[in-house]
Ligand binder design. Structure first.
Ligand code: NCN
Ligand code: DMD
Length: 352
């Protein structure tokens, strides 16, 4: 696959390599056969390095932010559901009754939902939910730009500020989630743009479109890519042409978490498409990301491969909302527990 160049920035520093080496030493010395902890061991080493300490602290403050927005393209026959669902689901997150709400309650993850571009004023909700709103919906990307350059800047900045708020509030691990009917179309376009792939390879079934709708969706994504032209060489211009306020904000949130040295657990297609964009904007950011799960969307698998991330779970999920990331949190907590609490083999054996 033909890679696109990154546009800006010197590489971000990775999680501390010396701490990673010390964590790997401790892992190797645990009272388990060598390698027996498999990927739990890898995750424990990564978490140690992100925290800069061995063993890592237990994950008691895990926070999900759901970035919500509508997409002009959703009025052009690319989804199995109408755009009115987006605002209704934002109200459902606030009420704590969505799929992700149940998972988050089960796994002690806090949930914050923010309207970046929902095509509904949501005036019945608390002003905090709307405080970062950039606009109502986005331009239909096959016909016009999703955003203006100024709106993209504003949304990226909003995402950065949201990450700062959560980190300053004590987050040890951040999760990103999405809500927006039609959003698998711009997210797949972002991945195609970053990786130089044709629409037919990245297009998935989203909420469950039939064959004819899938074929139409491929055409819409290819038209959007052709319309964007060379702007796909620049990640910010790509967000303006093909993204949306919620996807740009998610990207800013991920970049800022990596800059602040706070680990992120990614979710499905939207989260991972934004992680790919974040790593284009701030090369090295991906070292701060882990993949919660593999979504059924093909574009997510391409983006994960490019980022070098192996998902923790593979459950056939395609809900979005941050659900796959939240479902993976107990696995990360398990990784921390083994590196903290398992005895050292050397301590079990009588001294020679
Ligand atoms: O996270 C994923 O990979 C994922 C895959 C398919 C669908 N979704 C969710 O479904 C909505 C987008 O699907 P669609 O068909 O409307 O583009 C949006 O609200 C997402 O949260 C999410
Ligand atoms: C009901 C519903 C809930 C969702 N959550 C994320 N995307 C969604 C799409 C629909 C249609």
């Amino acid at each position: 696959m033909a890679d696109r160049p990154s546009s800006t920035g010197s590489p971000l520093p990775p999680p501390d390599p010396a701490v990673a080496a010390a964590a790997a030493d401790r892992l190797a010395g645990l009272a388990t056969p060598a390698g027996a902890l498999g990927r739990l061991g890898d995750l424990a080493v990564w978490l140690s390095a992100t925290q800069g300490q061995v063993p890592p602290d237990p994950l008691t403050d895990v926070r999900l932010v759901i970035f919500a927005g509508d997409h002009g393209v959703a009025r052009h026959g690319v989804s199995a559901y109408p755009p009115e669902i987006t605002g209704a689901m934002v109200r459902t997150f606030v009420a704590g009754r969505a799929g992700v709400s149940a998972l988050a309650a089960a796994h002690d993850v806090s949930v914050r939902v923010l309207d970046l571009g929902v095509d509904d004023d949501l005036e019945d909700l608390a002003p905090e939910v709307r405080a970062r709103k950039v606009r109502r919906s986005s331009g239909p990307i096959h016909l016009e730009d999703a955003l203006t350059a100024e709106e993209t800047r504003q949304a990226l900045e909003a995402g950065r500020a949201i990450a700062d708020e959560e980190i300053d509030g004590g987050a040890q691990l951040l999760l990103s989630g999405d809500m927006g009917i039609g959003n698998t179309t711009p997210a797949a376009a972002l991945v195609a743009a970053a990786l130089g792939l044709p629409a037919a390879e990245v297009t998935g079934r989203g909420t469950g479109v039939d064959d004819a709708t899938w074929q139409h969706k491929v055409g819409v994504i290819q038209q959007a890519l052709d319309r964007a032209g060379d702007r796909v060489l620049d990640p910010v211009a790509t967000l303006t042409a093909l993204g949306s306020a919620d996807l740009a904000a998610t990207t800013g949130y991920l970049v800022r978490a990596a800059e602040r040295g706070v680990p992120v657990l990614l979710d499905g297609l939207m989260s991972v498409a934004c992680a790919l964009t974040a790593d284009r904007l701030a090369p090295g950011a991906a070292a701060w990301f882990a993949a919660g799960h593999r979504s059924t969307e093909p574009a997510q698998t391409f983006a994960l491969a490019k980022l070098g991330l192996e998902p923790v779970l593979d459950l056939g999920l395609r809900l979005g909302e941050g659900s796959g990331a939240v479902a993976a949190v107990p696995v990360l907590r398990s990784a921390v527990a083994v590196l903290r609490d398992v005895a050292l083999l050397a301590d079990l054996l009588p001294p020679e």
